[in-house]
Design a protein around this ligand. Structure first.
Ligand SMILES: [Zn+2]
Length: 650
């Protein structure tokens, strides 16, 4: 997904951060005592095959702007966890510092720690096959340059996207020239449904997803023992310029073998798993299985905190089982597009079985409780992992958590509604909060009691009740401060990097306000150009201001000369619908233009009047209807919505 570039937040924000409370110190000590810290095998695996680390730990633009800086994490050393960081998360934060060019085996290399994901390089007979070119062109270019600094400079002959998340394709312009792809010199290979998945998962609900991703990744938190230490899948998401080159070749069958530049690749589709379009690969000549992002050494998300359609852990588990059955016995090395590899057939099969059962266990046990009538928060409180999973480092909830994955399973099957009609039509948050606080004797009384609970270490409850006071009285400094303090302690205790980031970033917004940045398009030009025309009009439809459109009706023909496409757009009942491939003889107006022009309008590089003046957009018929329609569309605003406070007009 497109992610707002990190903008440096003053490190002085950390000065407001408090130390760990006794209850936090105790909780972190309990966790430390229950886990096998003496097992250092992951640390050996993370360093194995290192050729050279990321030069200076830095990636800069040509102008010198720092886009990626591992030096920000210099505080993560080999020592024991600070008391403000969960000790298990601290371990992962140390492991994710391994960075550079790694030789995994003959012909297969990985670039790790240039971004949140890995770029894998397979040396073909004449050129390179690159798998997952990171998030932005700048870091992908730097990673490839680092490879070339230590290996022969062969041309890139193919790029493979393992799945439809931006950290696996966004940097493609840094490693290949779009003209070479268009000329057929470089193949771009992706799983079936790749482009539809990008549009479906990230485009229609793009703005809140980007805003919520700030909480998930902690991109606007200072790094530090009281700030961001990790993002679970890696240190964080690189800044720079994301883009997209559409695939030239799609993998459509469940299992499909191709030989690319002398390298046999068996593709295994795994749709509706970690991403809607995802695939694994087995390289028989190398004995390497690449599980993309479906078998990371952690518990992944059934729904990420940024928001998404709930994933299907049942099929996710099944595809891992299929990979074990089809490739396990021949696999010598397991790699993924995040983290470090696993070596040894027996170890790999055991590892994959843990992943297979981790996802299935949470799915099955959640349904078991659902079928007894339990509610999401109740199920999340009782499900713990069984022996054999619980103490495995590779099953720890560093990215997903058992708690929010249980709720994702519930949502997938039974929706947001817990079935209790008292919860069917409650007051919205702010008026409900006003009533709660009034019934509880006013804000001062609630805060006084919550301070007592804070001292007892009941941080979950303090955050829960202080949310009501903050929503009732957003300017109440004491309430904001106490809410921030409680969230912060929850962050210090969280094993999940995404939970820690969310809690600490919530505390930061309560203390320092919402960081404001200018409104801008939430999609890059490549993504906009890659949208099907149908999705484009879906995007237009979700901007229709229903109040302005009430009582209006019209039909408008569209003709896109550069795509040989026509479409009828109909406004009725304050709703826009469209019919691709049709043309209405009774339409009020007909617009002839190009998708390129419409793309430029969406990207705010031009306007409708400018396009009309230049001749790039022509209107026949009643042009005032077209102006009326565009006047009914919301103008994109800032994505920095209020989250910790009610927000204007709500
Ligand atoms: Zn990823």
């Amino acid at each position: 997904m497109s992610i707002v570039s990190a903008i440096p937040i003053p490190a002085s924000h950390l000065d407001a951060a408090r130390d760990a409370e006794p209850a936090t110190i105790a909780a972190n000590a309990t966790m430390a005592a229950g886990l096998p810290f003496a097992d250092k095998r992951d640390f050996e695996a993370a360093k194995r095959g290192l050729i050279a680390p990321v030069p200076d730990g830095l990636v800069r633009t040509e102008g010198g702007t720092v886009l990626w800086n591992l030096g920000e994490y210099a505080f993560i050393d080999g020592n024991l966890a600070p008391r403000t960081v969960n000790p298990s998360l601290w371990r992962l934060a140390q492991l994710n510092m391994a960075n550079g060019l790694f030789k995994v085996t003959d012909r297969l290399y990985q670039l790790r720690g240039f971004d949140i994901a890995n770029m894998t390089v397979i040396e073909g007979d004449s050129g390179l096959i690159l798998i997952d070119p990171l998030t932005t062109a700048e870091v992908a270019r730097a990673a490839l340059a680092h490879y070339y600094a230590h290996r022969p400079r062969k041309p890139v002959v193919a790029v493979i996207y393992t799945h439809s998340h931006i950290d696996h394709y966004g940097g493609v312009h840094g490693v290949v020239d779009a003209a070479d792809v268009a000329a057929g010199k470089v193949a771009v290979i992706a799983p079936a449904g790749f482009m539809e998945a990008i549009a479906g998962e990230n485009v229609l609900a793009g703005p809140p997803m980007i805003r919520r991703a700030q909480f998930q990744f902690g991109s606007l938190l200072p790094r530090g023992a009281r700030g961001q230490v990790d993002a679970g899948l890696g240190k964080g998401v690189a800044r720079g310029t994301p883009g997209l080159i559409a695939p030239t070749q799609s993998i459509d069958r469940p299992v499909e073998e191709h030989t690319i530049d002398g390298v046999r690749i068996v593709f295994q589709l795994a749709p509706e798993t970690e991403a809607p379009a995802e695939m694994h690969m087995f390289y028989p000549q190398l004995g390497v299985l690449n599980m993309a992002e479906n078998a990371c050494p952690l518990l992944h998300n059934f729904i990420p905190l940024r928001g998404a359609v709930a994933r299907d852990p049942r099929v996710w588990s099944k595809y891992i089982g299929d990979a074990i059955a089809m490739y396990g016995a021949e696999t010598r090395i397991l790699i993924g597009q995040h983290h470090w590899p696993t070596w040894g057939t027996d170890t790999i099969i055991e590892y994959l079985k843990v992943q297979r059962d981790l996802y299935k266990h949470i799915h099955d046990q959640t349904l078991r409780y659902m079928n007894k009538g339990w509610r999401p928060a109740e199920i999340a409180e009782v499900i713990t992992l069984p022996p054999g999973l619980a103490e495995r480092w590779s099953a720890r909830g560093y990215y997903g958590s058992v708690s929010h994955n249980v709720k994702a399973v519930y949502q997938r099957y039974l929706s947001w509604y817990d079935g209790n009609p008292c919860n069917l039509n409650p007051l919205p948050p702010a008026p409900a909060a006003g009533k709660f606080v009034e019934y509880m004797g006013g804000a001062d009384a609630v805060i006084a009691r919550a301070r007592v609970d804070f001292a007892k270490g009941e941080f979950r409850w303090v955050a829960q009740v202080m949310k009501e006071v903050v929503y009732a009285e957003p300017a109440n400094a004491a309430a904001r401060s106490l809410c921030a303090d409680a969230l912060e302690q929850m962050g210090y205790q969280a094993e999940s990097a995404t939970w820690r980031n969310a809690f600490l970033y919530g505390a930061q917004e309560l203390r320092h306000g919402v960081f404001q940045m200018a409104a801008r398009p939430n999609m890059g030009a490549d993504t906009v150009a890659g949208l099907s025309t149908g999705v484009f009009f879906d995007l237009m439809a979700i901007r229709l201001d229903a109040a302005k459109a009430a009582g209006q009706s019209m039909a408008i023909n569209w003709c896109f000369t550069d795509r040989d496409e026509t479409l009828v757009l109909t406004l009725e009942h304050a709703t826009l619908t469209h019919r691709l491939g049709e043309w209405s003889d009774t339409a009020q107006a007909s617009i002839t233009t190009s998708r390129a022009t419409l793309d430029a309008i969406v990207l705010r590089k031009t306007t409708v009047p400018e396009a009309m003046t230049s001749g790039a957009l022509g209107i026949e018929g009643n042009a005032s209807k077209v102006a009326l329609l565009f006047g009914m569309l919301d103008q994109p605003g800032s994505m920095m919505f209020d989250i910790l406070t009610p927000g204007e007009g709500r």
